[in-house]
Design a protein around this ligand. Structure first.
Ligand SMILES: Cc1ncc(COP(=O)(O)O)c(C=O)c1O
Length: 527
């Protein structure tokens, strides 16, 4: 047995020993305390002796185990039984067991195994570039220049890309994208975001001080939820989320120990929101929790609907009447395809409803570089705008985001380009417009095609895909298959999607991962 092992055993695993503690001269203070604890010369009544004489289990310490090769190994400090229980409640269907199986199938195919299909088609996640969508050249040129400023001397880059890179670098500490930024985000980027929002919303004012740059929209959403959740028992915060929903919401609520309040979208009316249903959900929830916020995803994931202006007004009135904080997830704001549909931001509608609402209703809205025509999920860019937030809460919000220093600076730079793309007359304008239009047209075409093709299949019915990047068709699963699924302990739509994957190589997400009305079954298909 090595000297180190002997020392560890003699200490009965009370404290860990670091390397380099063998020489007396280099002994740390911690080491001498450890020696004191384990010294045979301790007085029988000393607290240290009393402690060391308790068994490891009674002191809540990991015990030693004999491993297969006869060596003593320490049991894990962190186990499934003593880990944070809220984390165990988290579920995220978009990357669940179906996706794991899809990866296995891909590996099996690459090893030459015979399957009824030649490739796995990943229709489970809205990861546009992974599915072959091309990045916007101008964005990547500016990001390349920012990452490696030597390229500013390269004549192949257009002048507008260079001047943009120069501007971004000037606002970075030490002129490097590798430095931390202000926690709320680079000031010049927040100003550009504010100008973008003003243009988008027909001139409604936007204060850059209300803009927080985030690590994708996910980060902003979770941060806002953290601010909202408090209380115990019947006064625990309840958060209203749509069903079907994007599982970030249910996962974050589970992790924060908040109460999830489900309101159902109306499938019969193209997944619209229904105020009566909001009222039902709220009234029922008030019996067991304290509902404080209402989350809306528009355009919708996984359901692909675009809310009408009237509906948004009704929701704002409802939130004002019921004193709810509004969270508007608008990451698909450029993904609107259906005739007669238009994106209306919650901020714009709120301000158009006049001071009775615009001066009181609290709102956080979220946007991202991951969706729309950009699809740049990996850069983790995003922002949130907060409206009518209490000044003291805002101080707490700024404190909270500063704990994590800052969102990734390349993501912030990308967000800047999204909100401030090339303008008419600039060298990159034509190619930018061409690429943007081509991507949005392709997405619109796929949305139409998805709806048409799915509706030709017996047992599947699909609402029009008005926006976003998904369809959520309803499937009829025969009784026999439902029974077989139950016997395997699987949700019937999980069973259906697994069979679909094994037989066709198409990777879908079962509707149960997003929530659905009892007795109905769906899957989500990403176009
Ligand atoms: C509705 C919705 N909100 C938020 C997100 C998270 O986006 P991000 O990559 O910006 O974190 C997604 C991602 O798919 C989404 O669909």
């Amino acid at each position: 047995m090595s000297a180190t092992r002997i020392r560890i055993l003699s200490a009965r695993n009370v404290l860990p020993l670091g390397r380099g503690q063998s020489g007396g001269a280099q002994r740390s203070d911690g080491d001498s305390k450890l020696r004191l604890l384990t010294s045979p010369h301790l007085s029988p009544s000393s607290p240290a002796r009393a402690l060391s004489s308790l068994s490891a289990t009674r002191r809540g310490l990991p015990q030693e185990k004999m491993s297969e090769n006869g060596m003593m190994s320490r049991a894990k400090v962190l186990t499934i039984d003593n880990m944070n229980p809220t984390v165990k409640k988290v579920e995220y269907a978009v990357r669940g067991p179906i996706v794991q199986r899809a990866l296995e199938l891909e590996r099996e195919l690459s090893e030459g195994m015979k399957k009824p299909f030649a490739e796995v088609i990943k229709a489970n996640i809205g990861d546009a570039h992974a599915m072959g969508q091309q990045p916007i050249t101008f964005f990547r040129q500016v990001l390349a220049l920012c990452s490696y400023p030597e390229l500013l001397n390269d004549n192949t880059f257009p002048e507008d890309a260079k001047s943009r890179a120069h501007r971004i670098l000037q606002s970075c500490g030490g002129n490097s994208m590798g430095s931390y930024s202000a926690s709320q985000g680079i000031e010049s980027v927040r100003k550009d975001v504010a100008l973008y929002i003003e243009r988008r919303d027909g001139g409604m004012p936007c204060d850059p001080d209300n803009i927080y740059l985030t690590t994708g929209a996910s980060d902003g959403i979770v941060t806002m939820l953290k601010l909202l959740v408090c209380g115990e028992g019947a006064s625990r915060t309840g958060i209203m989320i749509s069903i079907p929903q994007y599982p970030l919401y249910s996962a974050a609520l589970a992790e924060l120990g908040a109460v999830q309040i489900n309101y159902y979208l109306n499938e019969e009316n193209c997944w619209s929101m229904d105020i009566n249903e909001l009222q039902r959900a709220l009234n029922e929830a008030r019996e067991y929790c304290n509902p404080r916020a209402l989350c809306i995803i528009n355009p919708g994931n996984p359901t692909g609907q675009v809310q009408s202006r009237q509906c948004i007004e009704d929701v704002i009135r409802f939130a004002a009447k019921e004193r709810l904080f509004l969270m508007a997830d608008e990451v698909y704001q450029d993904n609107v395809y259906a005739d007669g549909c238009e994106f209306h931001s919650f901020k714009k509608v709120l301000f158009e409803m006049g001071p009775e609402y615009s001066k009181s209703v609290e709102l956080a809205s979220f946007h991202s570089t991951s969706k729309c025509y950009m699809g740049e999920c990996g850069f983790r860019g995003g922002y949130m705008e907060i409206i009518n937030m209490d000044d003291e809460v805002k101080v707490q919000l700024t404190k909270l985001v500063s704990v994590r220093l800052c969102p990734p600076v390349p993501g912030q730079a990308l967000m800047d380009l999204v909100v401030n793309p090339p303008q008419p007359g600039e060298p990159s304008y034509d190619s930018f417009l061409k690429e943007r239009t081509a991507t949005l047209n392709a997405l619109a075409e796929k949305a139409k095609l998805t709806e048409q093709v799915l509706n030709t299949v017996q047992g599947i019915s699909c609402n029009p895909v008005q926006g976003a990047m998904y369809s959520f068709p309803r499937i009829i699963i025969p009784e026999k298959a439902i029974k077989e699924a139950m016997a395997l302990g699987q949700q019937p739509d999980m069973f259906y999607c697994m069979k679909m994957l094994e037989e066709t190589g198409i990777c879908l997400v079962p509707g149960s991962g997003f929530g659905q009305k009892d007795g109905t079954y769906h899957f989500r298909y990403s176009a």
